[in-house]
Design a binder for this molecule. Structure first.
Ligand SMILES: C[S@@+](CC[C@H](N)C(=O)[O-])C[C@H]1O[C@@H](n2cnc3c(N)ncnc32)[C@H](O)[C@@H]1O
Length: 392
């Protein structure tokens, strides 16, 4: 059965919106001379003003949307993150937090009370969000928090000048950065782009692209020679600059990036021959970015070696790298779960949440947590159980 047959068909306003996005993408392909690099396609499908998935008003996250993230499942992720950050905040109580891409605001809404319960009143919690629709949801959610938490939260329109010390958080944001796609051909690496195919789109190999070939060679080194002809994958050319600018927010501090991802050697393993693109539409995951552009999320797994290299180039250190399961367990998620629940139903829900966050077949193994640090000691907890830095 083709993927399209198993997806719910968009109806009403969503269908009309999808048609507008398709027309916009077709026009962009025509403007580019009939072939559009995939990075540009992904960028427009996600972020074209008023049209892209993250720029327009679709529900996106949560039960009524397209996908569920770890903070959306319940409070356990945020409560564990609070414990992971506790050693840093104990030494640097003046550290502010900047969260990139806060979704519905679920993480912030749980993290601030969880930190307060541990005795930390974060002086400043800033959110950098590209989606106006999600920013509005975040503002409503944060405003409803009891106590004075909301008074510490502000939204930034652009990257501010560096502050002395702070914490950067991004959960499932790096996988939303547009990627280039490439294919290994007998005569070298070639870009994969998008052409119009009637009402839809199709992949087409592009002309040799020296910049792309250089970047693939430089990232993969001798491992490139082991990849068979026809091998396809992704490369996030934007990642190094994105990481560098996120780390410029603070002269010293820590950053925690959580995402689907792998060290480079595993990311570009010969058997992973179709790449890592993942699209999410109404809780169906598939790998066809042409199905319902504008209505579905499009993501690519993160090459964490590139994140680490960008951090080191910016003068930061990689303080830890672990699976989400190991990081949660070492941060004390089981102690959080051991606290009495309000009733049996709440206890069952918490057990389900713990399973979703930690089981290898769910989020436990595919999600990785990377901690970066500069000029602070101690670093976040969570990396004592199994630190995978040697795989980077
Ligand atoms: C998959 S959602 C994750 C949301 C949230 N962090 C969570 O875990 O529930 C991706 C989020 O990143 C935002 N986003 C995408 N690209 C971004 C960028 N370059 N800078 C900041 N936010 C971005 C999206 O609007 C959205 O809020």
């Amino acid at each position: 059965m083709p993927v399209s047959a198993s997806l719910p068909a968009p109806a009403g306003e969503a269908r009309e919106h999808g048609e507008r996005v398709r027309a916009h993408l077709h026009a962009a392909i025509a403007d580019a001379g009939g072939w559009l690099d995939f990075e540009r396609f992904m960028s427009l499908a996600l972020y074209a003003p008023g049209l892209g998935y993250y720029s327009a008003g679709a529900t996106k996250l949560g039960a009524g949307g397209d996908f569920v993230t770890a903070p959306e499942l319940g409070p356990l992720f945020a409560q564990s993150l609070a414990r992971s950050l506790a050693p840093v905040l104990a030494e640097h109580p003046d550290a502010g937090i900047v969260e990139f891409g806060a979704g519905t605001g679920a993480l912030a809404a749980e993290l601030l009370p969880a930190l307060a319960a541990l005795g930390f009143a974060v002086p400043d919690y800033a959110i950098l969000e590209t989606s106006a629709a999600l920013k509005a949801r975040q503002q409503t959610r944060i405003a409803a928090l009891p106590g004075d938490h909301a008074s510490r939260v502000r939204w930034l329109d652009r990257l501010p000048p560096a502050a002395p010390v702070g914490i950067v958080i991004a959960n499932e944001v790096l996988d939303a950065l547009p990627v280039r796609r490439f294919r290994v051909e007998a005569d070298g690496v070639r870009p994969l782009g998008v052409v119009r195919d009637g009402d839809s789109f199709a992949w087409r190999i592009g002309d040799a692209d020296a910049a792309l070939a250089r970047e693939v060679e430089s990232r993969l080194g001798p491992e490139l020679a082991a990849l068979p002809t026809g091998y396809e994958s992704e490369l996030c050319a934007l990642m190094p600059a994105w990481v560098a600018s996120a780390l410029e927010l603070f002269d010293s501090g820590v950053a925690l990036f959580v995402d689907y991802g792998l060290p480079r050697r595993e990311y570009y393993a010969p058997e992973r021959s179709g790449g890592t693109l993942r699209c999410h539409y109404r809780h169906h995951a598939h790998s066809d970015p042409f199905l319902v552009p504008g209505l579905q999320d499009i993501t690519a797994w993160v090459d964490f070696t590139t994140v680490a290299e960008a951090a080191v180039a910016a003068g930061w250190e990689v303080a830890g790298f672990a699976t989400q399961a190991h990081w949660l367990l070492d941060s004390g998620v089981l102690e959080v779960v051991a606290a009495p629940a309000v009733d049996a139903r709440a206890e069952a829900e918490r057990a389900r949440e713990l399973r979703m966050l930690t089981m290898p077949g769910e989020m436990g193994e595919r999600f990785r947590v990377m901690a970066l640090s500069r000029g602070v000691d101690p670093v976040p907890a969570g990396f004592g159980l199994r630190d995978l830095r040697d795989r980077l």
